[in-house]
Write a protein that binds this ligand. Sequence first.
Ligand SMILES: N[C@@H](CCC(=O)N[C@@H](CS)C(=O)NCC(=O)O)C(=O)O
Length: 215
Amino acid sequence: MTKPRLHIGDKNYSSWSMRPWLALRHAGVAFEEVSHALPELGGKPSFGAISPNAKVPALDLGGGAVVAESLAICEWAAEQQPAIWPKDSTARALARAAAAIMHSGFPNLRNDAPMNIKRRTDASRMTADGLADAAKVDEFWREWLARSGGPFLFGQWSIADAMYGPVVTRFVTYAIPRSADAQAYIDRMWAEPHFAAWVNGAEAETRTLPRSDEA
Ligand SMILES: N[C@@H](CCC(=O)N[C@@H](CS)C(=O)NCC(=O)O)C(=O)O
């Protein structure tokens, strides 16, 4: 069988690409990655040629089957390696809810603080609504970590951690205020080898995106 191909955007900027990339790595799936430059503001990407929703990430399984949407790709990874969801069914349901909350929520945080792993700035560009989203994420992390006992949100590393990975980087990039428990979680995520490998990849990139770097 040929390896699945994961189409991703720039590692420094593409938050949605980071999530399934982490899930596939944690699942131990051998895959090929194909990197695409995200469009400049107002630019027209050509992702329609590679993906049903004209976005990255997309996982090409061969035979014309291309899976769109980060969470759907994470679920495919979990079918190859179920251990990337918690074993306990209640914890698994809560972890799935946590992943879905991230997939559909926190629009103000996403708008105010786009992922930019290499950048270090402050939170002055953020709106009150964006900061409120970040505070809610912090509250959720504390609740989930307290319930599971850690080290990751639902005990062992799971897709929920993949979904919140880009938010971890946003707390650092924009120096967003956070609790001590959130800081400890951020430190554990940053030290985790697959997360570190993505960050290293972002740091090696030279392309810049003015809409993210200068705003
Ligand atoms: N809901 C999608 C969002 C994917 C998404 O917005 N990807 C961005 C890059 S991070 C993209 O392809 N942007 C190009 C565009 O929208 O034209 C998912 O979860 O995969």
